[in-house]
Design a binder for this molecule. Structure first.
Ligand code: ISE
Length: 338
């Protein structure tokens, strides 16, 4: 275990990677950004400016050869994760992998097999909402039973707008995936089936998405969760959950932004993106990951959580194209992830 700060390499210097470089360099304790890796050397250098002393590399292999990191944050696009994860696992480095673990359940299972064979959990998956104060509070309330049993969950997930290239499939893999993980987190159960329906389409939706959608999720014990997912909602970034219990209702998600009074109006400012809405959650996620790496453990969402979410996404994509309720096909959970 290193006695000095944990040397973290951030792989992938796009929006999310650059955000993590800045976070680790300035807001995370007991860690430093020792390297930034991106196939585009200029982009790596641009992100590395936020972290004094960080070295730049254009491939994971170069990084490993230089032994320039004790742990890595993987923030490349999801379709590149499997190959990078297998290389990182082989080198025995802990990794905080931005969601998705991989884009499909088959490749996620391959990653799980390799991690299992290595005999030690090394992967945390970036489901940052689990570190949001509201999510944590609701989870505590559910587990305490203070309002009785949790009966139903209602989620709203709204983004201001998407790029023109955003597709219906991405809406499941990139956006609804957070709700799948949230339902697993809140209920402590696997999801057994999912349905995706499109109704009226917003004239302001980008051309490759039929927006908004209504997603219904059911867990193994029968708990139902419904999600309005609306990625061209114009109004900003808004993520709410309302939980119905036997003796009460609890709502989270109003905490982002602030209340203002001006020109005879009182209102609440809402966030424009997940970077601001979940900034505290991202900070907490990375800090806990660093502390866990230093303690030699994974306590955040692990590779199994990444695999299970990928399996629900696969069912969601099928449900979206075929209609009807689609069962989630899930492998048996290895004791290794118990
Ligand atoms: C994006 O990738 C995210 O992770 C955001 O949290 C989500 O709201 C957005 O829809 C995704 O595209």
């Amino acid at each position: 275990m290193p006695s000095q700060d944990l040397r973290v390499a951030v792989i992938g210097a796009g929006l999310m990677g650059a955000d993590h470089v800045e976070r680790i360099a300035h807001r995370t304790v007991r860690a430093e950004v020792s390297a930034v890796v991106d196939i585009d050397a200029e982009r790596a250098a641009g992100a590395a400016k936020a972290a004094e002393g960080a070295r730049c590399f254009t491939s994971v292999e170069e990084l490993l050869q230089a032994q320039a990191a004790d742990a890595v944050v993987l923030a490349t696009p999801g379709f590149l994760h499997e190959e990078a994860l297998l290389t990182i696992l082989e080198a025995g480095l802990p990794v905080m992998c931005e969601k998705p673990l991989t884009p499909d359940p088959e490749s996620s299972l391959r990653v799980i097999e390799v991690e299992k064979a290595a005999g030690q959990q090394l992967i945390q998956v970036g489901f940052m909402r689990r570190f949001d104060a509201g999510y944590r509070r609701l989870k505590q309330i559910i587990d305490s039973g203070e309002y009785g049993e949790l009966l139903m969950l209602h989620h709203q997930h709204r983004n201001a707008a998407t790029p023109e290239t955003f597709t219906d499939e991405m809406l499941i893999h990139d956006s609804a995936v957070h709700e799948f993980d949230a339902v697993r987190f809140f209920s402590g159960e696997e999801i057994s089936n999912v349905q995706v329906r499109s109704g009226r389409r917003s004239s302001l939706a980008t051309k490759l998405v039929r927006d908004p959608k209504h997603v219904t999720i059911q867990t193994a014990s029968g708990l139902l969760a419904d999600v309005e997912i609306f990625v061209n909602a114009q109004l900003g970034y808004q993520v709410h959950t309302q939980a119905s219990f036997e003796r009460g209702v609890v709502k989270i998600g109003e905490s982002g932004g602030h209340e203002f009074t001006a020109e005879q109006v009182t209102g609440r400012q809402i966030d424009q993106s997940f970077h601001t809405r979940f900034v505290d959650a991202y900070d907490a996620e990375i800090q806990q990951w660093v502390d866990d790496v230093l303690a030699g453990q994974v306590t955040g969402p692990n590779a199994w959580d990444g695999y299970a979410a990928a399996a629900v996404c696969a069912a969601g994509v099928r449900a979206q194209s075929e209609g009807g309720i689609v069962e989630v096909a899930l492998a048996e959970k290895p004791d290794f992830y118990a």
